[in-house]
Write a protein that binds this ligand. Structure first.
Ligand code: GLY
Ligand code: MN
Ligand code: MN
Length: 363
């Protein structure tokens, strides 16, 4: 069976357990996952006996091409989504409707309730997102491709890096290079932080020049068409201070130990703690303020999480980032980020950009 019908059947079983007759999928990425449709502004109503995409005339042709076999309900021009939703719910005689509480808007829910006062609403959370945690072979192949595009682009950027380039120029060139290697687009807004700006975990590229400090942090990834990659490296453009050497060593050790522990059955909390212990023992516990990692796939940040409050248990097919960091305001920061596949016996690191400190020296 194709992957999309298989995913929908798994979802149907999960919806049944909630006691609802159907689930209205309002998260567009979830609609893509369940149907293959890559447009937006469209919902999917998943019933026990089938499903229907609720969309508008802009997407008639695209829906036919991208998800043959799925019922499509195109609402007439000049009508809004509510009308299509109401019609589909009535036609299927749905009494209890599950909704995606994390994406359904308060406004739409109120409108649905007003239009269909007898309809019982069952809020649900992460029914589709939990299916998305485990990647199938096709998804893993696409993530590998997104990694390849990101790494190739980075290789060119690194070879061409000049100290008079600005953070903005570096980010733009990197994104352009990834596209030359086949990426549809960047996986997320690239982070390029020179010296003290590397202390901002989500620094927005500025006009600061690469040569204004001894190092630059680059956090980048590709979108190969649907699936994303997410990497971080620090490039050394000047001298390696004792402080940079120490902090880099601690981050690398934290990342290596955490990756080594990734295997089915380990928890997201345990893996996070392994990295946090290394950084804490080195005296930088307060300088590592974010979780250790996150799932990556159709979204750049998705389940599962590697974090102190994570309830996730790792299973084969999960793809996670592992990204410890130490951030010192006014000085800078070091983060190393790789993408890791959980395999039946342990893990495979999908990313391969060299990361010993001596490998990070450019020029
Ligand atoms: N690129 C954002 C992150 O690493 O989560
Ligand atoms: Mn990243
Ligand atoms: Mn990340």
């Amino acid at each position: 069976m194709d992957s999309h019908p298989r995913r929908r059947d798994k979802l149907r079983r999960a919806v049944k357990k909630t006691g609802a007759d159907a689930l209205l999928v309002t998260n567009f990425t979830n609609v893509t996952y369940l149907t293959g449709f890559t447009g937006d502004d469209s919902y999917l109503l998943v019933r026990g006996d089938g499903e229907v995409v609720l969309s508008d005339p802009r997407y008639t042709t695209q829906l036919g091409e991208e998800c043959p076999g799925v019922d499509i309900d195109i609402r007439p021009p000049g009508t809004n989504m509510l009308k299509g939703v109401g019609k589909a719910i009535k036609a299927a005689k749905i009494g209890r409707l599950a909704i995606e509480a994390d994406s359904m808007t308060v406004g739409l829910q109120a409108q649905i309730t007003e239009k269909l006062p007898k309809l019982e609403i069952v809020p649900t959370s992460a029914l589709v997102e939990e299916l998305r945690e485990i990647k199938d072979k096709g998804e893993i192949a696409r993530i590998r491709e997104a990694v390849r595009q990101a790494e190739r682009g980075f290789g060119v950027l690194r070879a061409d890096l000049r100290l008079d380039k600005t953070e903005k120029q570096v980010a733009n060139e990197l994104e352009y290079q990834m596209r030359l290697f086949g990426a549809r687009w960047r996986g997320f807004a690239s982070i390029v932080g020179v010296g003290p700006r590397a202390a901002l975990p989500h620094a927005v590229p500025s006009d600061r020049q690469i040569g204004q400090s001894d190092f630059v942090l680059v956090d980048w990834g590709a979108d190969e068409g649907l699936y994303k990659s997410d990497l971080t490296r620090v490039l050394v453009t000047g001298k390696i201070s004792a402080r940079l050497k120490r902090i880099y060593e601690v981050v690398l050790k934290a990342q290596t130990k955490a990756i080594d522990a990734i295997r089915p059955g380990a928890t997201g909390k345990e893996i996070d703690q392994i990295a946090r212990d290394v950084i804490g023992k080195a005296g930088f516990g307060k300088n590592f303020g974010h979780g250790l990692g996150h799932g990556v796939g159709l979204d750049i940040h998705e389940l599962p999480r590697l974090a102190a409050n994570s309830k996730s248990v790792l299973r084969p097919g999960m793809v996670l980032t592992v990204e410890p960091g130490i951030y010192i305001p006014g000085w800078g920061g070091v983060r190393l980020e790789d993408d890791v596949l959980v395999t039946p016996r342990g893990h495979e690191v999908l990313t391969g950009v060299a990361k010993k400190l001596e490998d990070s020296i450019v020029g």
